[in-house]
Design a protein around this ligand. Structure first.
Ligand SMILES: [Zn+2]
Length: 398
């Protein structure tokens, strides 16, 4: 049955994952921060006739809702911003003729209330539409004990599966830093500042301002203590951990695994990163052998795709990666044309009228002029990503 263009949820989401795996390609998952970045990603997907994954981090969601809200109540901004982004994509995506997966990025322990509230929004959306706001969410407890990671993942997956949503988990820690991941969450400001008003974020969790509020996530396993690992031995995922995740989660609902094979967030000088994609192959083979399954039974995710060599990307896809996250490179691609433009039109960013000729600079400093250049930079970088991942021309929209 043909799949309509627009946001993919439930069985349609699983269909695009299966199409990637059987077709030997993967989709880029791009972090967005605004309607401008969302629209550029959609435009690039349309140009390349590829489906695409749009995702938002907690910091991106704060920005999407508005820093004015975030400065008063970070959780409220994170929830409203993610919902706002998703609603924008639901409204416009079909116009681009491709399929779009909506996803949230890393949610470590302190961000579980964010995921909880977003699931509540999807549950409400599902009642009226039989679709969910997001296709999947990520929970990243990779820095914690595997027992705790899987117990909390199972808890959320049971709830997500009821409305056809998927869960991405992380096993092994991705190095580097991406949007605050890998460093202190948000330096200089507590995670949940006191709210400006008594508004409602719309989820089950309301007015969460301190860490102990985690305990208010209904049904969260009480034994979950969130003890951090005291070593760094898990920068490379252990295939036996992957097997444990499969054993514990596969009967509950659809999930994907961000497995670490030396990948890092961000772009660094060459030589700093030792990628070992064979870890993905070993994980796939262990699960397939143990359970008598065909090749590549796991749906794997490649974090830290920025700056990665095409041969490593190809190897990762061969071993079952269907999603590659890209953020640092697309941020730079969006920023660089603005820098070039401001450099070439510096006078228009200092005064409204040319002091010598009296000519107005309005057209030059109009934000649509330079933001469009930013969008075109992002579109060009995305075209490279679709090409690297082999997804050009492969949209499942019919
Ligand atoms: Zn990541």
């Amino acid at each position: 049955m043909p799949i309509s263009p627009g946001v993919l949820t439930g069985d349609d989401y699983r269909a695009v994952v299966a199409a990637c795996k059987s077709g030997g390609y993967a989709l880029p998952a791009v972090n967005v921060t605004s309607t401008s970045t969302v629209n550029a990603v959609l435009e690039s997907a349309a140009q390349n006739k590829s489906d695409v994954i749009i995702q938002i981090s907690d910091g991106g969601a704060e920005f999407f809702a508005g820093k004015g809200i975030a400065s008063c109540d970070a959780l409220r901004a994170r929830v409203l911003g993610a919902v706002s982004m998703a609603q924008h994509v639901h409204l416009v995506a079909a116009q681009y003729g491709v399929c779009v997966v909506l996803h949230t990025d890393h949610a470590h322990r302190d961000l579980l209330p964010w995921v909880d509230a977003l699931v509540a929004h999807s549950e409400g959306f599902y009642e009226g539409t039989k679709k969910t706001l997001f296709s999947s969410h990520m929970i990243d407890l990779s820095a914690e004990k595997i027992d705790d990671n899987l117990e909390v993942s199972e808890f959320f997956l049971r709830r997500l599966a009821k409305i056809g949503m998927s869960l991405e988990i992380e096993l092994g820690v991705t190095g580097g830093e991406e949007d605050g991941v890998g460093v202190e969450c948000h330096p200089g400001r507590p995670p949940y500042a006191p709210p400006c008003n008594g508004g409602d974020v719309g989820g089950v969790i309301r007015d969460l301002h301190q860490e102990q509020e985690l305990q208010k996530v209904p049904g969260l396993p009480p034994a979950y203590a969130g003890v951090a690992r005291d070593d760094n031995s898990h920068l490379y995922t252990n295939p036996t951990d992957v097997l444990r995740a499969y054993d514990q989660l596969s009967s509950i609902g659809h999930f994907s695994i961000a497995a670490s094979f030396g990948n890092v967030h961000g772009v660094y000088a060459p030589g700093n990163v030792q990628l070992r994609p064979e870890i993905l192959r070993e994980s796939q083979e262990l699960v397939a052998r143990t359970h008598g399954l065909g090749a590549n039974p796991l749906d794997l995710v490649f974090h830290g795709g920025s700056g990665s060599e095409p041969d490593k990307i190809a190897a990762a896809i061969k071993y079952g990666v269907f999603k590659m996250n890209i953020d640092t490179d697309t941020q730079f691609a969006y920023a660089k044309p603005v820098g070039d433009y401001v450099g070439a039109h510096a006078a228009a960013f200092r005064s409204q009228i040319d002091p010598e000729t009296g000519k107005p600079y309005k057209k030059e400093y109009d934000p649509r002029t330079w933001l469009r250049l930013a969008e075109q930079g992002l579109i060009a970088r995305m075209t490279q990503a679709f090409t690297d991942l082999g997804s050009v021309g492969k949209t499942i929209a019919g």
